[in-house]
Structure formats: structure tokens, C-alpha cells
Design a protein around this ligand. Sequence first.
Ligand code: HEM
Length: 506
Amino acid sequence: MWTTVGLLLCAVHVAFAVVYLYLTWHHKYWEKRGVVTAKPLTILGSYPGVLADKSRSLILDVEEVYNKYKAQHRAVGTFLTRQPQLLVLDPALAHEVLVNKFSDFRDTITSSYVGHNPDDKFVQGSPFFSAGDEWKKKRTENGGGLTQNRLKMAFTIWEQSGKKLIEYIERARQEKGDVIETKDLAYRFTANTMADFIWGIDAGSLTGAVGEIGHFQKTSTDWTFNAFKSIIKFNKSLVAPFLRKMLQMRFFTKASDEFYLQLTRDALKLRQSGSGSERTDYLSHLIQLQQRGNSITDTVGHALSVLLDGYETSGAVLYHMLYTLSEHHDEQEKLRSELMEALDSEGHISYEQLSTLPYLDQCLNESLRLTTPIGFFMRICTKPTQLDLGNGKVLDMEPGTSVMVPAYQFHHDDAFYPEAAKFQPDRFYNGAATVLTKRGCFLPFGDGPRICVGMRVGQLSVKTAILHILSQYRVEQTKKVPVGADTGLGIFLNGDVELKYTKLQK
Ligand code: HEM
């Protein structure tokens, strides 16, 4: 009997030792290479927020490490759970990784999050989730439908959405008063533009009853919520990536896949029957790609790649910008003057003019700096290469090791932006954004060959909504909204954004 108990105890100890060794196997990785290391915890690594649920958050953990080591070092060795990851602290080094040495750091961690479940096929259509040559192909195909020229031809979609937005605000004011929950408003606008641009349909988000959420918007909200939850879930699975295949982990849900597949089939059928055949939109681009051999899976994949950020990220940028402007009356007035001056007697503006209004650009850039919806990027080293870490230390990077660029922290660092917490659009006066991006400290859309492929679409959506709203209403805050990092991927306004819309006297 005692022998059996002894053997069992021994087995338990061995099992614990094996797990402990597995979890800590790499923990001397940076030390062995002479790199300053942010001391890891056994399972949690340097960022407990990856695995913890509510009590911590990845982006705030990154902030802690960043603040501790910045200014003394160009980079610090960290552990994403058990995996070694280099946290870049110097924007010039970030520029090197994202731009100059792009071919050595070509892939992203998110590309390792797909392909574990053969049914989860639409997510693989997005460049965001692709690697290697497949990424290049997806990016070229995806970006081909988002060029400046194409957006210029599709500009009517945004103009009409802007008009519908104002009609919706008017109906809301008449039915419910001047105070409108602006997160809801922003997502109604981006749902409308994206449904029209991608599928050529009216989502009903601005034309339906006030407060009612239609089927398209409801599905898209649930779908994006699930996609962000999936990123968090896959971040957690970094502790044991082999589980992904075993558990057949998938990114998008089966139900949402079926919804968007049917929607795309219906939209293609309608367009091919001649309806809307004169339009230049994303659907017409997808049809051209199909004629060159793309499958329906490729088509839905591309459509969803545009929807994800075209709906969610652009909507988030819009309500944050409105909230910030509602707090900064002088800047709002100055922006309004620029917008009013640009509108012709019929209230129109051209695509080119809207894209190049200098103060609108400054306000958007400053708002993006403060919000930074995608707060960090994780690149994987794809070729043996070297990084100069300063003080004579040159690090040999091994393929497979990842690097984190903390865009949010750069954007909030007083060293690069004096009084960084303040909204000061003049920081971006006279094309400063380009200079700051080249220095590696302004990265709201990333940089280098993997820079956001939909940057122009996001800018166009936000600028159009701001133009229409500010030329008709004064927007004021009714209450402060706290910020929170509950997803761990960014820091956002946490709660309803109740703003007051007062019609301007003309
Ligand atoms: C204002 C809104 C937006 C912001 C702030 C934003 C920001 C970003 C950022 C920071 C990245 C990562 C870049 C990097 O890793 O270096 C990214 C990538 C990407 N974005 Fe956006 N984005 C926005 C809107 C859009 C829109 C509207 C689309 C689609 C039309 C889009 C599609 C993508 C795709 C597909 C990628 C992956 C690109 C690649 O890896 O090659 N984004 N975005």
C-alpha cells in the first residue's frame, strides 16, 4: 500500500516538474543573450494580463514594463506567457523593424491564430491574419479595391451616408431629445457605409426606427465582438499553442459565416442581374476578382476583412473623436469654420477637398494618437537578422522570435508629445504626421508594407461623419466617461457616450 502511495506521489511530483519546466523553459532566453529582461512570472510571463480575466489587462501591463525600462534601453526582453518577445522602447528601432527590416519581420502573431479548424475559412482571407506569400496575395487583392481612385468613384456612398446620418439625428432629436448616445450613432454610420460599399445594400441602420438595431448591424456587432474576444482567446493560448489544433479553435462563428456567405451570394446575384451595375464599389472589385478565378470563399473573406475595421475600428475612432471635440470647444469651432468654408452653396464637397482639409486632418490625427485603437503590433522574425540595442550590444534575432511595437505607449509618452494627455491638434500642423511616423512615434495605422490597408477608408468614414455633424450641430458633453482597458488590446471610453446635439442657426 505504502509503495503505491509513494509511487503516486512521485508521479505527481514528476508531472509538476515537467509542467514547471515547460512553462519556464525559455525564461533564461534573454539573459543568455545579454539582453535586459523584464522578470517573468511562471505561467504569466511579463504580462499577467494576457491570461488574467478582469483584474489585469495586456495593454496596461505593457505600459508598466515600458515605463520601467524606457529611456534607458532601446528594447527589453519580455515573455508573452512562456514565449520570448522583445519589447521595443525606442521609436527609431520600431521604424527599423516595421519599415527598414520589414523582410526580416514580415509576419504577424495574428497570422498564427488561424488555420486550426478547416471550417474557419473566411478569416484566412484577411491580410491581417495571413503570413508569407499568401499575405502578399491577399494584401494585393484586398488593397486593389481600396485605392484612392476607387474611393473617389465610390464617394457618393459616403455622401449619402452623411445625409442619412443627419436625417437620423434629426429624427432622434425629435423623438428623444437633443442628447444622443454617440457610440450607437457612430456604429450606425459605419454599418451603413460598409454595407453599402461592400455589398451594395442599405443596412437600415440610419433609416430604420430610432433606437432599433437591424439584422445586419446586430450580426456585425456580435461578429466583431466575437472576433476581438477570439484575439484575446488566442493570446491566452500562447501558453500552449498545441491546444489550438487539438481543440479545433476557430476565429469566426459558424452562424456569422453562414450569414455573410448568404449575404454575399445574394449581393452577387443581384449585381449580376444588372442591378447597380454602374456602381464602382467593393462589390464590383470582388466580382472582377472572381472573374480572375477567386472562389466564393475568397470573396467572403475579402468582404469580411473590410467589414471588421471598416465597421468596428472606424466607428470607435469616430465616437472618440466626437467625444474629444465635445470637450474642446475652441478646437471644435475652428474645425467647424474650416468645414463650412469648404462646403459649396449646395452643401457639397469633393473627395479630394475632404481628404486634404488641413485642420480636419490635424484633429483626426490627434484623436487617433490619443485613442490608438490598435495599441500594439506583434511581428515575428522571419529571417536571421541583427538589431542594434545600443551600448555596443547587437542582438542576433532568431526566426520565430517575436517583437512588440507599443504604439499606444509611444503616443502617450511626454518625451515625444509634450503634455501627451492633452488634445492639441496643432502638434500635427504642417504635415508633422509624416515626420512623426518616419521617426516611429506616430503609428495609428502602423507603418511599412503592412501599414493598414484600409487607412483611406477609415479616414474617409470618420471625416465624412465629422463634416456632416459639425456643419449642422454644436456637440457638447453631458457627462464625463471613464476610460478602461477591458479588452486588453486598447484603452477605450467605457460606458455610454451621451452627447448633446444643438442645431446651428444659419
Ligand atoms: C480609423 C480606422 C482604422 C485604424 C485606426 C486602423 C489601424 C490599423 C493598424 C494599426 C494596423 C496594423 C498595422 C501594422 O501591423 O503595422 C492595421 C492593419 C490592417 N487594417 Fe486597419 N485600421 C483602420 C481601418 C481599417 C479599414 C477601414 C480597413 C478595411 C478596409 C482596415 C483593414 C486592415 C487590414 C486588412 C490590416 C492588415 C494589413 C496587413 O497586415 O497587411 N483597417 N489597421
